[in-house]
Structures are given as C-alpha cells and as structure tokens.
Design a protein. Sequence first.
Length: 313
Amino acid sequence: MKQNTLFEEFNIIGNFMGEYLIKYKSLLKLDSTVLITGETGTGKELIARWIHFMDETRKTSPFVKITIPNIGENIFESEVFGYEKGAFTGAISSKKGLIEVAENGTIFLDEIENASPSIQSKLLQLLEDRIYRKVGGTEYRSTEARFIVTTNMDLYEEVRQGRFRSDLYYRLAVLDINLPSLRERQGDILEIANYYIDKLNKKFKKTIKTFEDSQLKELLIYNWPGNIRELRNFIEKQMVFTESDRLDLSELKQKGAALSTNLDSYKEYIDRVERVYLEKIYKLKNNKVEEVAEAIQMSVPFVYKKLKEHGIN
C-alpha cells in the first residue's frame, strides 16, 4: 500500500469551514511551509491532508506524518534522515528516512511545540537549506517535499518565553492558517454531528436517526472545549450504548448547565437578528435566493438552509 493511500479519506464539513478555506486555495501552488494552528480537536491534520490532496503536483506522492513527541531526540536523525549500514550498532543495512520516503510529497510535522532545542536546530537547518545527510553517511541529499506543521499552542508566546527558537518560528510561519474552534462555527455543528452519525451507523451496523434542525439548540447548550474530536467521541459513545434509534442529549444539559441560561438567551437573540436581516435582504432582492447569496457573500445552499430554519417563505 502506498504511503499516501492511508490518508486519502477526508471531508471538509460545513459551510463555514468551506468558505473559510476558499481564500487559501490560491496558496496551494506555493512550496512555502504551512503552519496550522488551532485548539485541540479542531481538525489540523484534516486540513493538512486537504492541502496535500488539493495540490495537483503532490497528491500522487506520499503524505508522511511525523509526530514529534513520538520521536525521541536520540533517534530523530536516524528515523527522519535515515542511516547507512554500519552507522551504529545494529545498523546491519541502510534505511530510508521519512524525508526520503516523502519524495516530492508532503512532510507533516505534528505537535511541533514539543520539539527539543536539538530537534529545533536540526529542523531549522533542514528548512533553510532543504538538504540533509543520513546518519553515518557523507553525501548530502535534497528534498522537494512541502512541509506542513501543526501546533495547538501560541508559538509566538513560546518564543517570547524562550521555549521556542524565534528563527525557526519565522521559518515555519510563512503561510499561517488558524483554525476556528467549534464554538466559532456553531452553524456547522449539526452537519458535523450528522456526518458522524451516518459514518458510525455504517461502522456499527446501526440505524440511528440523525439530529433534526430543532435539536441544534440542545447541541449548543455545551461549548465543546475538545472541539470536533470531542463531538465525535460523544456521538460514538452514545451510539455504542443506546438501545434506541435516537441519541440522548441529556448529558449535554448536565455538562452545560452552568452556561445554559446565557447561551440560550444569546442564541435566541442571534436568531431574532438573523431572521430580521434575512427577511430584509430577501424582500430587497425580490425573493431571489441567488441574489441574496451574492449580497451577503454566502453560498446559495446556505441561504436556502437559513430561510428554512427561520420559516421564511
């Protein structure tokens, strides 16, 4: 099996994220390093794969993931750069490093904030010169792979605190994509939740019904600090233990009890403002959905969805 085929299945779900990523499509043709930041569970690896498979020049080449905390400092060079026969005790033959495996594809460096000073130094040299040398070797090799790096921390603050090299930070942050939390894309929560219900129905051979629009309020009663990963895990847990054909959201009420009153009133306020705004634009554009979408700079399906939610005929 080719390396990249392990990562081919990915889906960008929701109008908010789809619209958010459109502005980055023009950057895919560049070879510059991409830094993806965002809270835990926001889908950083998903976006890394989206970048790889949307790049026509790289999508048929390998996508190689390197999780920094999983590679100890003492074996970083041998695993990433490879080694020659006899380089150290036990090196009975030469071995390709992960950079060589990547060829002209993508090298995905996950959790870069955990890189030790020594690893940071080696990465800086690699990114600056785009050359490396196998352990025990004398010949320098070059790489044409694109580097995509992720972190759930504020790397600039890490630089300020002296825990991360400033020169490496500026080398990484050539193209910076900051992913919004699930709290910032509430309009996508229902679609994401139903996507996982459909997917897990196939996995567990169940027929759990998807959430209805009226249940969005129940999903928003909790602020999902673990973001998409937490939402998926919640749905999977519910699907494993339920004997019904519908998922029970009462647990969310308990988790979000302290926030429920404020969130409910806020949501109701936003709904009222949104309805008045849409009705005004809809009337102004003579009930033509395409013109409404153009006026508010959103997609036509999004407008249809919102008109339906608010009962605007």
